[in-house]
Design a protein around this ligand. Structure first.
Ligand code: UDP
Length: 433
């Protein structure tokens, strides 16, 4: 049986989604591992422990498990500190593999931090490294509006190294690949474009009125046109644009029209005001300032199992991000048959065919977002047509199709890498935990 060591050091695929650091990458790693496991490829996802007493091994499904290893303090800490603890992470993975008598055939790392660990393990195991960045530091710096949102030079330097040294890099879109070439000045023949996947059995349409009832929405919400936002609450997600669009929509709405409301999923609605992250606090103040307190409701992060109902309850899903390397939320919404109004940036330009299953608009133009949202909520026929096309579009990203391509890539890199490339063959003593 083929055995893959998947590395996701800084954020566990078991973490609650929609918080500060758990989103699309966590979903991708979890779902890819499950799909590969179903195909008979054994996958261990290695991540660092974030709290004391976490079980070391958690099964995700057949042949797929999460292995949580202590790496620095067993507590949440700034992801930039992870770099300092990577030698420990690498050492513990080695000990785990030796202790369980496991030999991995391939390393698949996610995010720049795990890439560094993968290159180190390759020196000892001599197996190929497939890497996926999920986001690029250089791109984040390009769209960052203040130095505070920027990424370190070290991250950018390490990403360049990974592009030169990994056996293969997975880009989520052709644009992602072009950005790697442009910003890091590397040749791209080892960069393969494979889109992210969506679980089309979980993300499927439910009748809108049923979904609203089952979710227990307020009476006012159930009787409104509903716009939905789903995502981590951070500046890059562009909620400002959407709040200003809602302000315009509310101002324009006539008394004889159905009211319109926005539900925001993500962040932590249940924490006290003193615990809200800075961005969430700022956005809530903005809602008050714009007089939208009755129109916008932050409902906090929700488990993914609840999202198909939330998407189905909505008339439109808005994705106003400043940058998105792929944009899983846009794909999940489409799989549930809901049209998307998204920013014309990054991966969204591939996941949301403009004018087909949604509309793409400049990320910083609330008026354009407002116009498109209005068009969709006022024209039921258009909404239904686009919803149907959205479902068809999402099918192209169903996990079995995406996993086929990942497996082809694995086969290709294993074929290319000769055993002679092991740099330190068996000189390192085996160890056990
Ligand atoms: N998500 C979730 N619950 C939430 C908020 C988000 O399950 O409360 C999931 C969502 O379903 C999606 C992922 O988090 O799969 C976000 O991925 P996306 O690519 O849209 O954004 P990223 O977090 O990668 O920037």
């Amino acid at each position: 049986m083929q055995r893959v060591a998947m590395l996701a050091v800084h954020s566990s695929p078991l973490a609650a989604l929609g918080g500060k650091e758990a989103g699309g990458m966590n979903v991708y790693v979890r779902e890819l591992a499950r799909e590969l496991g179903r195909r008979g490829v054994a996958v261990d996802i290695f991540t660092r422990s974030q709290r004391k007493g976490e079980p070391q091994i958690v099964e995700l499904g057949p042949h797929a498990r999460v292995v949580t290893l202590r790496t620095g303090p067993a507590a949440p800490y700034d992801k930039n500190w992870v770099l300092d603890y990577l030698p420990e992470f690498v050492g513990r993975i080695r000990c785990f593999a030796d202790g369980q008598d496991l030999n991995y055939d391939l390393l698949h790392s996610h995010y720049w931090l795990s890439g560094v660990a993968a290159l180190e393990l390759r020196k000892m195991w001599g197996v190929p490294v497939v890497h996926m960045f999920h986001t690029l530091g250089a791109m984040k710096n390009q769209v960052a509006q203040t130095a505070l949102w920027g990424e370190s030079d070290e991250r950018v330097r390490i990403e360049g190294r990974l592009l030169r040294e990994a056996d293969a890099i997975v880009a989520a879109t052709p644009l992602d690949r072009a950005q790697m070439q442009f910003h890091y000045n590397v040749e791209s023949e080892r960069v393969v474009v494979i889109p992210c996947g969506v679980d089309t059995t979980t993300f499927r349409p439910y009748p809108q009125s049923d979904a609203r009832r089952r979710l227990g929405l307020t009476e006012a919400e159930a009787a409104s046109k509903l716009v939905l936002f789903v995502g981590r609450i951070e500046p890059l997600k562009g909620l400002d644009t959407l709040l200003h669009a809602m302000h315009l929509l509310v101002q324009r709405r006539r008394a004889d029209q159905t009211p319109i409301r926005l539900i925001v999923v993500g962040g932590d609605a249940h924490a006290g005001a003193d615990q809200w992250g800075g961005e969430e606090r700022r956005l809530r103040a903005e809602v008050e300032r714009l007089g939208l307190a009755e129109v916008v409701r932050f409902i906090g992060s929700r488990p993914q199992a609840q999202l198909p109902l939330l998407y189905s309850a909505a008339d439109v899903v808005a994705v106003p991000s400043h940058y998105e390397s792929f944009g899983l939320v846009a794909l999940e919404a489409q799989a549930c048959g809901v049209p998307v109004v998204a920013s014309k940036v990054g991966g969204l330009q591939f996941t949301v065919p403009d004018g087909q299953s949604g509309f793409l608009e400049p990320w910083n133009e609330p008026a354009a977002f407002a116009r498109r949202i209005e068009q969709l909520v006022e024209h039921e026929g258009l909404r239904e047509e686009m919803g149907a096309r959205a479902i068809a579009n999402a099918q192209a990203y169903a996990w079995p199709r995406v996993a086929d391509r990942v497996l082809d890539l694995y086969e290709g890199v294993q074929h290319r890498r000769k055993p002679a490339q092991v740099i330190v063959p068996l000189q390192i003593p085996r160890c056990a935990l």
